[in-house]
Design a protein around this ligand. Structure first.
Ligand code: SIN
Length: 292
């Protein structure tokens, strides 16, 4: 029998628990440590696009298994790193924090690499070590955020373009970032201009594509109006009806669609250690309608 919310036929043994009306589904009955057949991967891809966030418990993936699972969904990126931090699996991004040093965090709503075109399609994160309490990740549905705008605002922003850049955002959230790393990122991902309302290539849905961290300005607007509009629109990620919240356990895997969501890693675990590792899945085609 198809799943009532998504209409998808479930592979044998798979059950779904939906987290929120438009975003987030927990998937049980799959072992991601093993190779998956093409039907299962196709099912997961459809579910991921519809639900934007998928969560799987008890998946103690090795590094190799994590990379293999990521590659089912597209090519993996190796993000620029500081010199001397090379590792055996360049596709794996390791995020370790002890919760006491807030000079570096992901506690702000953002898309990954919003200046990239083709965009980052998504991320697949594995929790290796949870803090005793806290350390949740909040993920906002930016399609729902768009739909909840009032009609006049939708009309007002139609056709407007946001300028996204890495260097301005990162220094707000990462006091340890070096000039060298900023230069590497800026070389790989120069600033880009995109419509504030993007169309998702795979779903055709509209997405509110603006974040307070990385949207630097709105093209053609005076600075004060630009700032006010970026704040108004990016704050839609903070609306609870647009969100789901991931409470991690060790070996929880979460994959999110980076094109239609923004995420925020709560930094509320002083004295506790948190260790997450993730891969970054690239889209293979540019955003539709962009000339860059
Ligand atoms: C991130 O990838 O931005 C962080 C996700 C997390 O640590 O929960």
């Amino acid at each position: 029998m198809p799943d009532a919310l998504t209409g998808l036929d479930l592979p044998q043994g798979v059950t779904l628990t939906h987290l929120q009306p438009t975003i987030g589904t927990e998937v049980a009955g799959l072992d991601l440590c093993t190779e998956l057949d093409t039907e299962t991967v196709a099912f997961l891809r459809s579910l991921w696009l519809r639900r934007k966030v998928l969560l799987f418990r008890d998946q103690p993936l090795s590094e190799e298994q994590h990379v293999r699972f990521g590659r089912y969904f597209g090519p993996l990126d190796a993000l620029p790193r500081p010199s001397g931090s090379e590792q055996e699996w360049p596709e794996l991004l390791v995020i370790k924090r002890d919760g006491s040093d807030n000079s570096e965090s992901e506690a702000f709503f953002h898309q990954d690499v919003p200046y990239a075109n083709p965009p980052v399609a998504g991320a697949i994160a594995l929790m290796k070590k949870c803090p005793g309490i806290g350390g949740d990740t909040i993920i906002a549905d930016m399609t729902a955020a768009y739909h909840r705008l009032s009609p006049w605002l939708k009309v007002a922003i139609e056709g407007m373009q946001g300028i996204h850049r890495f260097d301005l955002g990162i220094v707000l959230h990462n006091a340890n970032v070096t000039e060298e790393l900023i230069a590497k990122f800026m070389q790989k991902y120069p600033p880009k201009t995109y419509p504030l309302v993007q169309t998702h290539r795979e779903t055709g849905e509209k997405v509110l594509y603006v974040s307070q961290s990385y949207t630097h300005a709105i093209k053609g607007l005076p600075r004060d109006e630009s700032y006010a509009l970026i704040k108004l629109l990016s704050d839609r990620a903070r609306v609870p009806e647009n969100q789901c919240r991931v409470s991690w356990q060790e070996n929880t895997v979460v994959m999110w669609d980076n094109r239609s969501t923004q995420h925020y890693a709560a930094f509320d675990y002083p004295g506790h250690f948190r260790h997450l590792q993730r891969v970054t899945v690239l889209d293979t085609e540019p955003w539709p309608g962009t000339s860059l």
